[in-house]
Structures are given as structure tokens and as C-alpha cells.
Design a protein around this ligand. Sequence first.
Ligand code: CO
Length: 132
Amino acid sequence: MIGRLNHVAIATAELDQAAALYRDLLGAKVSAPQPLPEHGVTVVFVELSNTKIELLQPLGDASPIAAFLAKNPSGGMHHLCYEVDDIVTARDHLVAAGARVLGEIKTGAHGKPVLFLHPKDFAGTLIELEQA
Ligand code: CO
């Protein structure tokens, strides 16, 4: 069912530092910061030849990554995003199999439909599905 690894997301309290690390030390192509108020994060994309890294910093008081950073103050891997052909079909298949979907299908950072799956059902890893 899943296709390409669309991105690996890393949460950080220091977005500028993390972006500089990827741009200046690791020599990657790094986007300008994009505030996404509806998702409670500011995002920087790091473009790699085979996938992307999404650097996330909390935005606003109710950021969904605030609790993660409280537990992991120096930051860390937050989620993996896999591509699917049809997000509604994928969701219905997973729900029928007993997996827990977190919230509703939303429009993600790339303007495409996304859905999050509970880490306890996926080997301890928060999973995002994105309709490719
Ligand atoms: Co993501």
C-alpha cells in the first residue's frame, strides 16, 4: 500500500540553527521557513535526492509538537511520511484493521491530503500518510 518515503520530520526548538546545520555543514538545499499556523508549526524543507527532511519548530500556544519537545528538549525524529495513492482508501483499510487514526484528513505542508496514525500501532513511530 505505501509508496515512497516522502519525508522524515525532525522537531527542533531552534529552527534557524537546524536549517543552518543542514545548509552550511551538510551542504543540503534548504528552503526558507514557512509558517503553517493551521498545523501549529513553522517548517523548513531540506531537499535530498531521494527524499526530504522536514524541520519543524512549534508555532503558537497549542502546537502539536510542544509535548514532544518537552520530552525531547534537544529535538529528535518526530514522524515518517509515506506516500499513498488514495488516502481515503488507505484510511478505511487501516481503520478496518484496527489502527488508530489521529484526527481527520487535512491539507498538509505540501498542499496535499495527509493523515496521521498512532505511534503505538506502528512500532513506536508516528506515521503520516500523504496522498501522492
Ligand atoms: Co510531515
